[in-house]
Design a protein around this ligand. Structure first.
Ligand SMILES: Cc1ncc(COP(=O)(O)O)c(C=O)c1O
Length: 430
């Protein structure tokens, strides 16, 4: 255990010290990191620590807990499912929760996005979408279309193929450069100039390309950057012109985060494949999906066994996770979630505006339930994070951004506590 971990202030529970030496934490230099916080439980929009402190959560557990924590309706659905059947393999077997979820998701998605392939994490959903795209061409007898166009500022996950279509400069996988498949990374076509550069690239490389992959409307882990629907319309037009598949990675943006149920719906652009995860289960259980349009699925539908999609995660279509996702969709249908997103959006825009002009603040932007304060730089992320915790909030800046992605059920007072903490902490310098 590193020295800072040993220095942990209040006495944590026994499980903390006995177990901490045996876990490997994400995105962290374990030797020098500050001690992680011991969490006892969650409640609404709060994370209750083992030492009794309750932090107002500004991040909703990496953007998943859209209904707040421990929602009674999801809990009851998972408990019922647990008593009946927690899991059964999806090879040769199907069950009510997964099939109901597939039907409901496809009813919500635009156009003929109507075949759902389930898996357990966002990165794997992206891997599957990429595999679908490459095999789409192979099944059509075209062997060399196996490259992708992706975008600066994009992030699609931490597995190898997902890393290879993420922006290599965002710092998450720098050391794997040269070991990953190389694809083509362009600026998003935000204006005529960048659109012309992209088109020239497509013109040059179209014969090697399987698909374009993009996070629609909001790029998350690559810097919380937004773009207009027009960029997506340009992508759709270019994909059609060069006969490429268009993949929307809505793992961050799906389920209301940008204001509409899906960003593709808000943009009025339908992709050929869409990936979903994060808020799919309301932040309770791991589940993800790659959903394909009919024209993609039809290329796999054949008498030839070699044309089948050879993928099958062990926990695919997990019944508990699907029950949670069905319950989460019930909540979207019966509670005013998208209205809440709109109210959160307006409040964040009002309250974060007060941080404009604070030292080092470069930009403030809000879209849906995503509020961002971009700084010139953050010298010491760890200590900035600790200052938020001292304020009684859980806010986790990265790169040069401090951001909020709260649960949609957060109260106005809790949200004010979050925006107030950002203003106070930034006012005292980063
Ligand atoms: C847009 C996007 N795609 C893919 C992923 C990877 O998802 P997971 O962490 O579940 O593998 C993320 C995670 O942040 C994401 O934001």
């Amino acid at each position: 255990m590193n020295d800072k971990l040993k220095e942990s202030g209040s006495a944590p529970p026994a499980w903390y010290h006995s177990g901490l030496a045996h876990v490997w934490l994400p995105y962290a230099q374990m030797k020098t990191m500050r001690p992680p916080l011991a969490v006892a439980r969650t409640e609404g929009c709060r994370i209750v620590l083992a030492d009794g402190r309750a932090l107002i959560d500004g991040i909703a557990s990496w953007w998943t807990a859209c209904h707040g924590y421990n929602h009674q309706h999801i809990r009851a659905a998972v408990e019922r499912q647990l008593a009946t059947m927690p899991h059964v393999m999806f090879g040769g077997l199907v069950h009510e929760q997964a099939l109901t979820l597939a039907r409901r998701l496809t009813a919500l998605l635009p156009e003929d996005l109507d075949r759902v392939f389930f898996c357990e994490s966002g990165s794997v959903a992206v891997e599957i979408a990429l595999k679908m795209a490459v095999q789409y061409w192979r099944n059509r007898g075209v062997r060399n279309r196996n490259k992708f166009v992706a975008f600066r500022g994009g992030y699609h996950g931490d597995t190898a193929a997902a890393m290879a279509v993420s922006d290599p400069d965002i710092g998450l996988h720098d050391m794997f450069r040269g070991h990953l498949l190389e694809h083509f990374i362009f600026d998003l076509p935000r204006d005529d100039e960048s659109a012309a550069r992209l088109q020239a690239g497509l013109e040059r490389h179209a014969e090697q390309l399987a698909a374009i992959i993009v996070e629609p409307l909001a790029q998350g882990a690559g810097g919380m950057r937004f773009h207009a629907a027009d960029a997506l319309r340009r992508l759709r037009a270019l994909a059609d012109r060069y006969e490429l598949l268009l993949i929307f990675d809505e793992i961050f943006t799906g389920f209301g985060r940008t204001g509409a149920m899906f960003a593709c719906e808000a943009a009025g652009v339908a992709p050929d494949i869409i990936t979903l995860s994060k808020a799919l289960t309301g932040g309770t259980l791991p589940l993800a999906a790659a959903v394909a349009r009919r024209k993609v699925f039809e290329v796999f539908w054949s008498d030839d066994p070699k044309k089948a999609l050879m993928h099958g995660p062990t926990y695919m279509g997990n019944a508990l996770a699907c029950a949670a996702a069905n319950a989460s969709l019930d909540l979207f249908a019966r509670e005013p979630r998208l209205q809440q997103v709109q109210t959160i959006s307006e409040q964040m825009a009002r309250e974060l505006a007060a941080a404009r002009g604070l030292p080092g603040v470069r930009d403030i932007r809000v879209r849906g339930a995503i509020g961002v304060v971009e700084l010139e730089r953050i010298e010491d992320l760890d200590s900035l994070r600790a200052r938020f915790i001292a304020e009684g909030v859980f806010i986790r800046p990265f790169g040069n951004v401090v951001y909020l992605t709260p649960s949609f059920t957060i109260s106005a007072e809790e949200l004010t506590a979050l925006t107030g903490a950002i203003r106070r902490v930034l006012a005292s310098g980063t």
